[in-house]
Ligand binder design. Structure first.
Ligand SMILES: NC(=O)C1=CN([C@@H]2O[C@H](COP(=O)(O)OP(=O)(O)OC[C@H]3O[C@@H](n4cnc5c(N)ncnc54)[C@H](O)[C@@H]3O)[C@@H](O)[C@H]2O)C=CC1
Ligand SMILES: O=C([O-])CC(=O)C(=O)O
Length: 363
């Protein structure tokens, strides 16, 4: 992993040696889960990570004990529920894959409202109404809200990378909690949309017979269905993919998550590819923090690009630096098809963001 050009590798080495003493403590919240475990393993093998703090409401000490035997530099420690303060103390990067994954038939937005709550309504005998408020606590929205409160208290200056779905709403929730606590810095909050870029690269290179490592596709918008907008016209390698093949490719990139949810048949959603994508994003983020120049990743951040249309958060190419977001790149030239995709994305994205803001403000 972490494949890069020779020039980038030289820069990374230089950045690494100039920051060889830089302590880079990374905390993973939800480290015992399907994403948390492989991502933590990959982070343990990243030479830029010096300390790994693995937290989950269940199982993190065991995962940490296992991973800590890998003979790489980073130290690794696991924490249980009562220890979230120790887990977060001194963390410079916090990655959050905590929460419930999808099952077939669900959208990511369904994860905002509790899956358990839905079940309880269907089975009132096993889940009597008086327990509904407790079940409501199990939504991804409230999980992210509560983890945001803990981060605001214990590591308000950390870079925060949100994986928990629906990303289009959980990032605004996190931001609102930080605003309430008076510690919000928009440059330090990222929705992780890297898996969309990873998939676009894999699917396109599969069609064109190219090496995925040289097949970079910019994907903008949000992280669900039609809010995912691949900009294939900006990639030389995509030239020649047109007509039905183009439509199929766009659909596959937009609904790649559903492909995995279907294939896993009720046992979860993408975990291993997401672990890879999450560790890749964190590696880029730390390279930027360590002073490497021109580190660019698409990520869902507070963005001025479509603010005038009421869309406060948007994923586009972002240059990462010492303080997080260094520069937000515009989407660039769009084809007529891409303009249509963007037109379809913005209203949905606006609704998803408003839902997150509303939830955080009212809870
Ligand atoms: N941004 C993206 O591209 C992607 C996002 N996801 C999302 O990531 C989330 C996690 O997915 P999986 O790892 O497959 O689920 P999982 O169920 O395997 O793991 C989730 C983990 O979170 C833990 N957890 C629950 N509440 C917690 C809390 N309050 N504090 C700390 N840990 C807590 C659970 O104990 C569990 O270990 C889901 O919401 C899923 O939709 C999944 C794939 C891609
Ligand atoms: O599809 C899901 O629910 C998980 C996800 O976000 C993805 O795989 O892109």
């Amino acid at each position: 992993m972490f494949a890069r050009s020779t020039a980038a590798r030289t820069l990374a080495r230089r950045a690494f040696s100039s920051s060889a003493r830089a302590e880079r403590k990374v905390a993973v919240l939800g480290a015992g889960g399907g994403i948390g475990q492989p991502m933590s393993l990959l982070l343990k093998t990243d030479p830029l990570v010096t300390s790994l703090s693995l937290y989950d409401i269940r199982g993190a000490p065991g995962v940490a004990a296992d991973i800590s035997h890998v003979n790489t530099k980073a130290s690794c420690k696991g924490y249980e529920q009562a220890d979230i303060g120790s887990a977060l103390k001194g963390a410079e990067v916090v990655v959050i894959p905590a929460g419930v994954p999808r099952k077939p038939g669900m959208t990511r937005d369904d994860l905002f409202v509790s899956y358990l709550l839905t079940l309880s309504l269907l089975s009132p005998l096993t889940s009597p109404l008086p327990s509904l408020p407790r079940l409501r606590q199990n939504t991804n929205a409230s999980i992210v809200r509560d983890l945001a409160k803990a981060c605001a208290e214990h590591c308000p200056k950390a870079m925060i990378c949100i994986i928990s779905n629906p990303v289009n709403s959980t990032v605004p929730i996190f931001a609102e909690v930080f605003k309430k606590a008076g510690v919000f810095d928009p440059k330090r909050l990222f929705g992780v949309t890297t898996l969309d870029v990873v998939r676009a690269s894999t699917f396109l290179s599969g069609i064109q017979g190219t090496d995925p490592k040289d097949t970079r596709v910019t994907v903008v918008g949000g992280h669900s269905g039609v809010t995912i907008v691949p900009l294939l016209s900006q990639t030389e390698i995509a030239k020649g993919v047109s007509g039905q093949a183009y439509k199929d490719l766009v659909k596959r990139i937009q609904f790649g998550g559903d492909e995995v949810v279907q294939a896993k048949a009720g046992t979860g959603s993408a975990t291993l590819s997401m672990g890879y994508a999450g560790a890749t994003f964190v590696n880029s983020l730390i390279r930027g923090m360590n002073g490497e120049k021109n580190v660019v990743e698409p990520t869902f951040v507070k963005s001025p690009l479509y603010e005038s249309e009421g869309v406060e958060y948007f994923s586009s190419n972002v240059e990462l630096g010492a303080n997080g977001v260094e520069k937000i790149h515009p989407v660039g030239q769009l084809s007529a098809e891409e303009q249509e995709l963007l037109n379809a994305c913005l209203p949905d994205l606006k609704k998803n963001i408003a839902k997150g803001v509303e939830f955080a403000k009212s809870s």
